[in-house]
Design a protein around this ligand. Structure first.
Ligand code: GLU
Length: 440
């Protein structure tokens, strides 16, 4: 409690910190952590300069004919942060919040994520500024095909391999692989994109993979903290692909899921939700409230921010960036935070959380299951040989567990928190790859 008081007193105003860094900007948050790791690792100026900026930023404006006959122009991005470790890898996001610095940060996080799990990829990310829920299926298809056509020189199985992210799914991946193949003489090139539907060369286990690594790393962290899953409660923010599978798999491990939320609202039920039932009934076009209001009389609606401050053992933010900031970090009561989302914690909130003795499984470890199984999908596409779900899960669990252990060891060796430890593992590998490739 003593540490908590101290951090409250020392709490800087949210936003620009004393260092002049704008922590509301995800790219600056990413850079602050990269620099902290680079300082400890004594990365030389050349590698530091190369990795501080993206290799390539592509910005397109896409005119799309809407269902009512009008034309709307959409802003699209693809950012390649680094190809030092291999072709760039990372999802495509459809959201109104998409902007250049967000995509740049997300691309860099993919570089660190692929490095921390040691798969042979660099990092990239794409995005289109749009309200994906408001688009009809036809509009979404036209927008996606326009984007894929504009990126035909950027994407490629040995160049840049996209995947789903917020607001996109297997259907969007199917349109992209189809458009890309058409632009390549109709040669079917499934390895250009991952997260495809199974019938088009997708991998078993891919859909659940990100939520699965949230679960596996959460259980590993609980073992370290000597917490019993069967006696622990968890609040899961976000019920998209990551949060829904994360909650389901944590429930299977015996945790009581007492709070869930989506973009419409949050719910709290001290006796715990039946995630399996919600999961079976929940339709991603609806919101959880349509189900809960009807079927769960014990659940009460709470503020979407309050879900982060509940008296729970584990908190799993699985929605968007920057939800844990200097404004609310000192109010978090969970002993363990498992970051299913990319960048849910602003960099200036790290220290506050660390001082409270809360363990964090950082995003680049906790949600790395998705890109790990994407890697298996790419390998399977190239070999033309497909794994069973069990094989995929076993291989992914092994990689994720190893990454967690490496990060945990690093945090013990260097006496730093898990986030900085994850950056130390990742930045060391990528900087070494840049060094090995030499100069020109
Ligand atoms: N969008 C996911 C992520 O942020 C998956 C990326 C991929 O599979 O390439 O990790």
């Amino acid at each position: 409690m003593c540490a908590k008081k101290k951090t409250e007193d020392a709490k800087p105003a949210a936003g620009k910190g004393a260092s002049g860094v704008d922590y509301n900007n995800p790219y600056e948050s990413m850079l602050a952590r990269f620099n902290a790791a680079a300082d400890i690792l004594k990365i030389n100026d050349r590698e530091r300069a190369i990795l501080s900026v993206p290799e390539k930023v592509v910005n397109v404006n896409l005119p799309v004919v809407m269902d009512d006959g009008t034309t709307q122009v959409f802003e699209g991005y693809r950012v390649i942060h680094s190809t030092a470790m291999g072709p760039s890898k990372g999802g495509i996001r459809y959201a109104m919040e998409v902007h250049a610095d967000e995509v740049k940060a997300l691309a860099a996080w993919m570089t660190w994520k692929c490095a921390v799990v040691n798969i042979p990829y660099g990092g990239g990310k794409g995005g289109i500024k749009c309200n994906s829920r408001a688009l009809s299926v036809d509009e979404k298809e036209r927008l996606t095909r326009a984007y894929a056509a504009s990126m035909s020189e950027v994407f490629g199985p040995d160049l840049d391999i996209p995947a789903p992210d917020m607001g996109t799914d297997g259907n969007v991946m199917a349109w992209i692989v189809d458009e890309y193949s058409k632009m390549n003489n109709n040669k079917y090139i499934p390895a250009v994109i991952t997260g495809k539907p199974l019938l088009l060369g997708g991998s078993k286990g891919r859909t659940a993979a990100t939520g699965r690594s949230v679960m596996t790393t959460c259980i590993q962290a609980m073992e370290k903290l000597k917490m019993d899953p069967k006696k622990s409660t968890v609040a899961v923010q976000g019920f998209g692909n990551v949060g829904s599978y994360g909650a389901l798999l944590l429930e299977e491990k015996g945790l009581k899921v007492v709070a869930i939320s989506d973009h419409k609202g949050a719910y709290y039920s001290p006796k715990g939700f039946n995630i399996k039932r919600i999961f079976e009934k929940y339709d991603l076009r609806n919101t959880i409230d349509t189900w809960i209001d009807k079927e769960d009389k014990d659940a009460k609606r709470i503020d979407n921010k309050a879900i982060l401050e509940l008296d729970v053992d584990v908190l799993a933010p699985c929605a968007i960036e920057n939800v844990i900031t200097t404004e609310n970090a000192h109010k978090i009561k969970a002993k363990l935070i498992v970051e299913g989302a990319n960048g849910p914690t602003a960099a200036d909130a790290d220290e506050i959380i660390h001082k409270q003795g809360i363990m964090v499984v950082p995003d680049i470890v906790a949600n790395a299951g998705g890109v790990t199984v994407s890697y298996f999908e790419w390998v399977q596409n190239r070999r033309g040989h497909y794994y069973t779900e069990e094989e995929v899960n076993d291989r992914a669990d092994r990689i994720i567990k190893e990454a967690f252990e490496a990060v945990y060891q690093m945090s013990k060796d260097k006496k730093v928190g898990m986030r900085l430890a994850a950056y130390l593992v990742a930045v060391q590998r990528v900087a070494e790859a840049v060094h090995l490739k030499g100069k020109y």
